[in-house]
Design a binder for this molecule. Structure first.
Ligand code: GDP
Ligand code: MG
Length: 439
């Protein structure tokens, strides 16, 4: 995948300037690259569409080439698709926290139980109990016992002729008695999803009431990973995913589509057979890895940070000089949607940085989208001089944005009020902050 994308981008880089046709070309390359990496077809389609919409017409930052700008957009979109931040394990309010594994045979469930136990023992001084509930493969219980010994965790097993539900029931009872803080349930898998397996897992779920159901998926299974994840999630309503075997010649593709198809966070990644080879999943790192452009992205991030600061400073000046118009308002909403919370802009105004009034300052994204639609319907003259917005112009805006006239009126009123208030605040008067932006 990385190679292909690199190729797509190096083509762009040579040209220097990105036209709409370039964007189209690069998107075709990106689509191919993702498909080659076994990302689910539907996910690829949506991903490419998003990126294209964002890429066409974006301003290129001063210090970046258009090609770099597209890399940034692709990277951001990859990160967003995989979820924005690392998601920690769920915890029970009272011990034990019960973690149940699910997944196909060979995915890495037993190995992951060991790795997780090791992690919990080392990081939290935990005393996990590992329950051996895979009774179908004779070696499965031995394997868990070996793993348990390696990491110093107790294993609960009753042999292969006991029903897995009964094993789990008794294992949980023992954990209660021993005050184990974690219970990790190793379950059976099959070569493919079948009814008997699903029923068994659903039964174990019902009786163990796990706080966490981790679906373990082999990253090297590519396209199939998506269907597997979907099947398990539909039946078990999983709470998270562990993507194993990322140390191999792997395709980042599975991470992208599993998250997209199930909406469930990938919590850990397995990067080897050893017990320490389990890492927290970081969407941004995975995106970097898929793109294979770590250094480039760091550079772009820096440029971006400078840009935001510069923009915020300009905005603060305008507020002070009272020349803030609907174009600025739109910029500001765009910034808020992208990354720049309004309070950061406010903090650029001298004396505002530590103002307690900023604490409860929030704007609903849906309202922002509506407000943007209304501003988009304005002519340039109207944006620069809101005073010319008479009733007939307002009706036209309402029709253009598909919003009721009262909403247009309200927004203009809010705009005027905010403008006035921001101007006052910039002069050191912080009263009436609650009314700002209709909050
Ligand atoms: P289970 O059937 O789901 O319990 O899968 P296992 O835990 O038995 O793992 C199947 C095989 O994959 C074993 O040989 C493991 O050592 C190997 N394995 C599991 N996780 C990883 C990983 O992250 N990287 C590599 N390279 N091998 C792994
Ligand atoms: Mg196993």
């Amino acid at each position: 995948l990385s190679e292909r994308l690199q190729k797509a981008f190096s083509g762009l880089r040579r040209k220097g300037k990105v036209t709409e046709a370039d964007v189209r070309d690069s998107m075709r390359e990106i689509r191919l690259a993702l498909l080659e990496a076994d990302v689910n077809f539907g996910v690829v389609k949506e991903f490419v569409k998003n990126v294209r919409e964002k890429a066409v017409g974006t301003e290129v930052l001063d210090s970046l080439s258009p090609a770099q700008q597209i890399i940034k957009i692709v990277n951001d979109e990859l990160t967003a698709t995989m979820g924005d931040a690392a998601v920690p394990l769920n915890k029970a309010p009272h011990i034990p926290t019960v973690i149940m594994m699910a997944g196909l045979q060979g995915a890495g469930k037993t190995t992951t139980v060991g790795k997780l136990a090791k992690r919990l023992i080392e990081q939290e001084k935990a005393r996990p109990l590992l329950i051996a509930a895979d009774v179908y493969r004779p070696a499965a219980i031995d394997q868990l016992q070996v793993v348990g010994e390696q990491v110093g965790a107790q294993v609960f097993a009753l042999g292969t002729d006991v029903d897995p539900r009964e094993i789990v029931r008794q294992g949980l009872a023992q954990a209660q008695l021993q005050h184990n803080d974690y219970v990790l349930i190793d379950t059976a898998g099959r070569l493919q999803i079948d009814e008997k397996l699903m029923t068994e897992l659903a039964d174990i779920k019902a009786l163990a009431e796990p706080n966490e159901i981790l679906l373990v998926v082999d990253a090297m299974t590519g396209q199939a990973a998506t269907d597997v994840a979907k099947g398990f999630d539909e039946r078990l309503d999983i709470t998270g995913v562990v993507l194993t075997k990322l140390d191999g010649d792997t395709r980042g593709g599975a991470a992208l589509s599993i998250r997209k198809v199930t909406g469930k966070p990938i919590k850990f990644v397995g990067q080897g057979e050893k017990m320490e080879a389990l890492d927290v999943f970081y969407p941004d790192r995975m995106a970097n890895r898929i793109l294979g452009m770590g250094d480039m992205l760091t550079l772009i991030d820096k440029a971006q940070a400078n840009f935001d600061e510069q923009q915020a400073a300009e905005m603060a000046d305008k507020i002070k000089e009272n020349t803030f118009d609907f174009n600025d308002f739109l910029d500001q909403m765009e910034q808020m949607q992208n990354m720049g919370p309004m309070e950061d802009i406010m903090k650029m105004i001298p004396g505002m940085a530590n103002n307690p009034a900023l604490k409860n300052f929030k704007v609903d994204p849906k309202d922002i989208a509506h407000m943007k639609a209304i501003v988009y319907s304005m002519t340039p003259a109207e944006r620069e001089d809101p005073d010319i917005l008479n009733p007939s112009r307002r009706r036209r805006l309402a029709a253009g944005a598909g919003r009721p006239v009262v909403e247009v009126n309200r927004m203009i009123k809010q705009f005027n009020a905010s403008k006035k208030m921001m101007n006052q605040m910039s002069k050191g008067n912080f009263q009436g902050m609650e009314g700002l932006m209709g909050g």
